[in-house]
Each structure stands twice: as C-alpha cells, then as structure tokens.
Ligand binder design. Structure first.
Ligand code: KG4
Ligand code: ZN
Length: 336
C-alpha cells in the first residue's frame, strides 16, 4: 500500500510521559533533528514517574529543545510547515505542555497544528522513512499498552488483542521493583537476565490457552512476588531470565496466532519492550521457521521519541489536518 508523505517540514513535540522530545522531519524521510531528553534520573528515586515533576520539567526542557532542533537543522521557525504534538495517550499534565507549545508555535507562524496519537507513532515506527507500508500484524508493547493490531493500510487499524490488566512494560517495571533492581525495569531485567537460566523458575504464561488474542500479565507479577517471599536463595539472573521468557513466550505465540488468523506475512514490533533482546531473538527465529517476516523499530526509535510522531504526521496528510480545537486524550480507547 502506498501512502503519500507530505512534502512539508514537520516539527513534532512528544511529552506524554517522562521523555521530552523534539524532531524535525522533511519529506517524511529526512530526519534533520531528533532530540530526546530523559527525566529518568529525576523519577528513579520515586520508583516511577511522578506526573507533576514530569510536566514541570517538560515546561523548562521543551522550548529549549525546539530552539536546539531548529539550530541543528539550520532552519528558522517560519520555515517549518506544520507543528505536531502527541495529544494522547499519556499523563494529562505532561501532554498539555507539548500540545500548548506546538499550538503556540503554529498560531504564531500561521501554520497548521497536527494532533498525533502516541500509539500510532509507535505502530508506524518499524517503517520509519518508508513511503510504502505493507499490510501487517503489529505488536505494540510499551510501558502503558500491549496491543495486537490488524494494519490494513496507514490509518486503517483494527485492534484485535490487548492486555486485560498490566501492560508488558508495566509488568517488567513492577517485577524489577519487587526484585529491587530499580526503574525503568525493562532494560535492567534484560541485562540482569543475560546468561541466566530461563527454565529455572516455572512461571505462569497468562492466557496462553485463552483462545483469544488478549493478554494478562498481573498473575505473572504475583507469581514472582510469592517466589521472592518463599525462596531464600533466589538467583536474580535466573529469575529475570525466567520472567522474561514467560512474557516473551506469550507475546510471540499470540502474535503468530493473530498473523495466521488474519493472513499477514509481516509481523512488526514497536514500543519500548520491542527493544528486549530475548523478544527480538525469539520473534526472529519463530518468523524464520514459519516463513514470516519480522520487522522491528530500530533501537533508538523503540522507546519514546519525537521522530516517530513526526513520521506519523507525515504519513497521514489527510488525517493530519489542522486541529486547534483538539483537546488532549490521556486514555487510549482507539487510534484516531
Ligand atoms: O514505549 P516506551 O518508551 O514508553 C511508553 O510509551 O510507555 O516504553 C517504555 C517501557 C518501559 O516499561 C520499559 O521498562 C520498557 O519499555 N523497556 C523494556 C526494554 N527497554 C524498555 N522492556 C523490556 N526489555 C527492554 N530491553
Ligand atoms: Zn511510548
């Protein structure tokens, strides 16, 4: 399926959680700047993201990043053709900062403001810079969401599976906290589990045999908690590897069922958890065995960034009509 990237220079702002990010994209493929400022250290001592801290930090960081991105691209603000921002899902007070800044820049320059769905940004990121995106099965695994999506064309999405409780990334973060590893948990479990024995601890594969495409990770989290309370000499590398294996098994199996059921030959993975070493390995092997193609968002594109927001804006010129009347949408119910 061919879509027509807009020829414009788009400046996008992402502030849905604890990353402030600004990117400038030209012709849907030339990335002139992509800056990400992480507040991770600020929130790490609280073991999770504190919304008011996040928004106050965005307020200071976002305008500085806009200036820096323009400078790096040798552009003045007038030569930007459209300003985009993530309007949701995410933390309300954090989203407001990026949206208000992008709307202000658009108003001041007389250019359109584009409202972009963060999950669509992730979903399209494995195809970043491409002008053609094949129909595919998308597995979007982030800190807040776990989605299986039947992608028939850009803008034509049908959610066929989702988590009924914790998101995959949330499970990584919560289990890492239980083990005292710190925040964010995903990369720490990934690293600690390397070389660990994934068969050492027998952990539940939630909803493996449910017959549908939904997920549940809260039982797995509880099982890890009981194990930590009960066992004296826990091996953290083995526990990390075993936990990771349980999450990955279900993600890979359900992605396959979905691709098979929908007749897709391509499986595309995005979102922070798609950077997981074991998930990449297992999904690649399984795809090879079954004659499917696995596609991943590149490492720098899998966690939150503004380049994916600019690309989503460029990929959907029709949907991306100016939207000054658009409010933030903190909860995810659908793609728009
Ligand atoms: O997509 P993302 O950057 O932000 C959201 O939109 O939520 O995803 C962040 C999530 C966090 O839960 C983090 O622990 C997880 O992605 N994550 C990982 C890895 N890297 C990041 N989970 C497992 N393995 C990783 N290597
Ligand atoms: Zn995200």
């Amino acid at each position: 399926m061919k879509h027509h990237p807009s020829p414009e220079t788009i400046l996008a702002i992402e502030s849905s959680c604890d990353e402030t990010a600004v990117a400038i994209l030209r012709n849907g493929k030339d990335l002139l700047a992509s800056l990400v400022s992480s507040q991770m250290e600020l929130h790490a001592r609280f073991g999770g993201v504190v919304p008011e801290l996040a928004s106050r930090n965005h307020l200071v960081t976002a305008p500085a990043l806009v200036e820096q991105a323009l400078q790096q691209s040798s552009l003045d603000v007038q030569s930007v053709d459209a300003f985009a921002a993530t309007t949701g899902p995410g933390l309300a007070s954090a989203l407001m900062i990026g949206v208000a800044l992008a709307k202000g820049l658009a108003l001041a320059t007389g250019k359109p403001f584009l409202a972009i769905n963060h999950m669509e940004g992730h979903l399209l990121s494995p195809f970043f810079g491409d002008s053609e995106i094949p129909p595919h099965l998308a597995l979007v695994v982030s800190g807040g969401h776990t989605l299986l999506v039947d992608v028939r064309a850009v803008g034509d999405y049908n959610i066929v599976g989702r988590t009924l409780d914790d998101a995959a990334g949330e499970a990584f973060d919560k289990v890492a906290k239980l083990m005292g590893l710190g925040y964010p948990g995903g990369p720490l479990i990934d690293k600690t589990g390397r070389g660990g024995n994934p068969a050492r601890y027998d952990l539940p594969r939630g909803m493996r045999a449910s017959g549908d495409l939904d997920f549940s990770f809260s039982g797995l989290k509880t099982a890890v908690r009981y194990l930590l309370e009960k066992e004296q000499n826990i091996s953290l590398p083995d526990l990390c590897a075993s936990f990771q294996e349980a999450v990955v098994d279900v993600l890979v199996e359900k992605s396959f069922s979905a691709a098979k059921k929908l007749g897709h030959h391509t499986v595309a993975l995005s979102g922070g958890v798609s950077g997981n070493t074991r998930l990449r390995e297992k999904m690649t092997n399984a795809c090879q065995t079954h004659g499917l193609e696995a596609c991943f968002a590149e490492g720098w594109l899998s966690t939150d960034n503004a380049a994916m927001i600019a690309f989503a804006a460029a990929s959907r010129p029709l949907a991306a009509a100016s939207a000054f009347d658009r409010d933030i949408e903190p909860n995810f119910s659908k793609f728009w």
